[in-house]
Design a protein around this ligand. Structure first.
Ligand code: ADP
Ligand code: MG
Length: 353
């Protein structure tokens, strides 16, 4: 609603885009860019469920917490399973972004990215969490839409475009035309599942028990989805399950590719599945424009080449692929008149309880 007061507030207030990711939360402030980029982790005291540390500080504690503290990822599977904790996290990040401004400013307007296909109840939960975290106005946008805007895809044109966003907990595939999502897929196979693949592989082939962080490091430093120009090795450290003693295993990048292949194949099958349902006119557009990939998981070495090879289309990695969602969400407020129709509406009266 337009009132002189709203107009005045708008001139001074912060416009914030938030990527509430399953692995990382990013906050983009208009005019300042990405001001927060921290892991979506919260350390809580078990007895009171009070948040003791949030973001990087909480992640440091993972695997090292004393008995009364537990470090969790409240969005692990892409949905808000832990409402109060997610709210504490949002509050902390919005507050932090707000504090960084030099002059006292009104409470911010916030656009938050949510996974596509979340339920009405989950949408309401994110909306409520954003408002109670201190936003003056809160808007929701589907993550693949925000990613596409952040990647600079022409989503409002009639010409079709396509994004594949591989995060920690979820992979989102979406095809756009005329400012809307025509086809979308959201699966719970992404970066975390790849780490899990590596853990399973080490266990069954080498009887070596490794931790999540070791698995992730191996994936990032030495993992791939396509033959590398020069194959490498990675030293896996863990505990031998038979002797119970610490052990190091030299793993080749070829073995690591084999370990990751199940998840990679699932992602590719999902892309194919979405393409199969796409109307022919849009397919013709996509054959020209290609597929844009975003999110941390898309940075897996050789993944764009592998997808291109399998679906026979041009595939590229978005520039600054891990910040697309936060930048795209922020963009909506900058170009509100043109882009507000891409926002997600809420049904009246829905509530998270
Ligand atoms: P989310 O949006 O769910 O928070 P992100 O887009 O931040 O997720 O991506 C996080 C995931 O990306 C993690 O699983 C991480 O291991 C993975 N990742 C980050 N960099 C790389 C890389 N170079 N190669 C493979 N995976 C990567
Ligand atoms: Mg994401």
């Amino acid at each position: 609603m337009f009132t002189p007061l709203n107009w005045l507030l708008g001139l001074f207030s912060l416009d914030i885009g938030i990527d509430l990711g399953t692995a990382n939360t990013l906050v983009n402030v208009r005019g300042r860019g990405i001001v927060i980029n921290e892991p979506s982790w919260v350390a809580i005291e078990k007895s009171t469920r009070k948040a003791l540390a949030i973001g990087s500080e909480a992640r440091q504690m993972v695997g090292r917490t004393p008995a009364n503290i537990v470090a969790i990822r409240p969005l692990r599977d892409g949905v808000i399973s832990e409402f109060e904790i997610t709210q504490a996290m949002l509050e902390y990040f919005i507050g932090k972004a707000h504090e960084q401004s030099l002059v006292p400013v009104p409470r911010p307007r916030v656009v938050v990215g949510i996974p596509s296909g979340v339920t009405e109840v989950e949408k309401r939960a994110v909306y409520d969490a954003t408002i109670s975290a201190g936003a003056r106005e809160a808007f929701l946008i589907e993550e693949p839409m925000a990613a596409a805007i952040g990647a600079g895809l022409p989503i409002t044109e009639s010409r079709g475009s396509m994004i594949v966003d591989i995060g920690g907990g979820t992979t989102e595939v979406a095809i756009f035309s005329l400012g809307g999502i025509v086809i979308s897929r959201s699966i719970r196979v992404a970066g975390d599942e790849m780490d899990e693949d590596v853990i399973q592989y080490m266990r069954s082939k080498y009887n070596l028990l490794i931790g999540e962080r070791m698995a992730e490091r191996a994936k990032i430093e030495c993992g791939s989805a396509f033959a590398l120009p020069e194959e490498r090795t990675f030293t896996m450290r863990g505990r031998n399950l038979i002797t119970g003693l610490p052990e190091a295993v030299e793993l080749s990048s070829i073995e690591l590719r084999e370990a990751l292949s199940t998840s990679v194949q699932i992602v590719i099958d999902t892309i194919k599945d979405a393409l199969e349902e796409t109307p022919p006119e849009l397919i013709a557009d996509l054959m020209e424009s290609g597929i844009c990939m975003a999110g941390g998981g898309s940075q897996l070495a050789g993944l764009t080449e592998r997808v291109a090879d399998d679906v026979n289309m041009r595939v590229w990695l978005a520039e600054d692929s891990m910040t697309c969602v936060a930048r795209g969400a922020g963009r909506v407020l900058e170009d509100y008149d043109n882009l507000r129709r891409v926002l997600v509406g809420l049904e009246r009266g829905s509530t998270h309880h």
